[in-house]
Design a protein around this ligand. Structure first.
Ligand SMILES: O=c1[nH]cnc2c1ncn2[C@@H]1O[C@H](CO)[C@@H](O)[C@H]1O
Ligand SMILES: [Zn+2]
Length: 343
């Protein structure tokens, strides 16, 4: 029997892959629009069309178009702080115990904020959310692939300067089709040399080699990694190096990374012993919650509590936190799963 939604809601979760700009609730979007004096379309349907991607888009780049408008609302420190707070609040509804929220500082400079000001504002919102909702929260900084590599290098340096202040890692996001990992070799090297933990988007555009290349270049984790399913020759390497894969089912279908459940590799990866995790990617753009992502996978694969326990353990393993925090998170996960086992 499929695990009930009630049990899923109670499972302790670790979310490693969630974008700030793709995950702001409509309620907070309304507040931001007022604060920033930017009119929204009149009807709910029109607003949804602006911020939510259809169930199917042509590809990743079409999905990414849904990030354009929201960017305009996130150009002041007050807006960024409120947005970050809102995402932690939503994570608490999914019983997330630890979340890493990612964003690209260079997308928030339209009104003259510096990268440091942007990062501080987001971290402030995350930490306020952490206190208010009891979800441990850190930030990841993204370099954008359509921008010059110098920007990504700058972002990596900002990440380094804030590493003990709520920033825990560096990512590359955006257009993977035209800018594969080696296009950003220089920026990745700077991040590596600065000892910044790395998670890189890869394998979202039918390109398994990108996953391998990202890891060769130094990624500790991979955003999505789905295309690895088509390149079995790299799977052992990913496994040996204990690379954590951040899957996000709804997003993976929307971007046409997969088109059927038969080819979705979640269970295959899990059974192979790869360190898979479940994520929302973008709560708003993908119109989802982490509970919904869990429920979908539970239904498709008839997953057991043990499977989900493994997923949470993989999340703790992959979290960019020190050993002491990992131990604490591990204990919370153990305790809460034990309670569920008793049901
Ligand atoms: O699944 C994804 N793949 C690649 N890039 C993404 C994905 N989701 C969001 N972004 C990009 O990351 C930026 C910073 O948060 C977003 O503005 C969006 O362009
Ligand atoms: Zn992503």
């Amino acid at each position: 029997m499929t695990i009930s939604k009630q049990i899923i809601a109670q499972m302790p979760k670790i979310e490693l892959h969630c974008h700030l700009d793709g995950s702001i609730s409509l309620e907070t979007i309304h507040k931001l629009a007022k604060m920033e004096n930017i009119p929204l379309p009149a009807t709910l349907e029109e607003q949804q069309a602006l911020f939510i991607a259809p169930e199917e888009t042509k590809d990743l780049n079409e999905y990414l178009e849904k990030f354009h408008f929201i960017g305009r609302l996130l150009q002041t420190t007050a807006a960024l702080e409120l947005a970050a707070f809102d995402v932690v609040k939503q994570a608490s509804y999914d019983n997330v115990k630890y979340i890493e929220v990612r964003f690209a500082p260079t997308l928030h400079t339209m009104k003259g904020l510096t990268l440091q000001e942007i990062v501080s504002a987001v971290v402030k919102g995350l930490k306020r959310g952490e206190v208010e909702f009891g979800v441990l929260s850190n930030a990841l900084l993204c370099g954008m692939r359509h921008e010059p590599v110098e920007n990504a290098i700058e972002v990596a340096k900002v990440a380094k300067s804030q590493l003990t202040h709520g920033v825990v890692g560096f990512d590359l996001a955006g257009n993977e089709v035209d800018f594969p990992p080696y296009a950003f070799e220089e920026a990745i090297k700077v991040a590596k040399d600065l000892d910044i933990p790395l998670t890189l988007h890869a394998g979202e555009c039918h390109c398994g080699k990108n996953v391998y290349d990202a890891v060769v270049l130094g990624a500790n984790r991979i955003g999505h990694g789905i295309a690895l399913k088509d390149t079995p020759e790299y799977i052992e390497y990913i496994k040996e190096n204990e690379i954590v894969l951040e899957l996000a089912p709804t997003s993976n279908f929307q971007t046409k990374t997969v088109t059927s459940w038969e080819e979705y590799p979640f269970k295959k990866f899990l059974d192979l012993g790869l360190k898979v995790t479940i994520n929302t990617d973008n709560r708003t753009v993908s119109n989802t919650t982490l509970n919904k992502e869990y429920a979908k996978l539970a239904e498709v694969y008839d997953l057991t509590l043990k499977d989900f326990y493994k997923v949470s353990c993989n999340g703790v393993f992959g979290a960019f936190v020190d050993d002491e925090v990992k131990k604490e998170l591990g204990e919370i996960v153990n305790e809460e799963f034990e309670k569920l086992n008793g049901h």
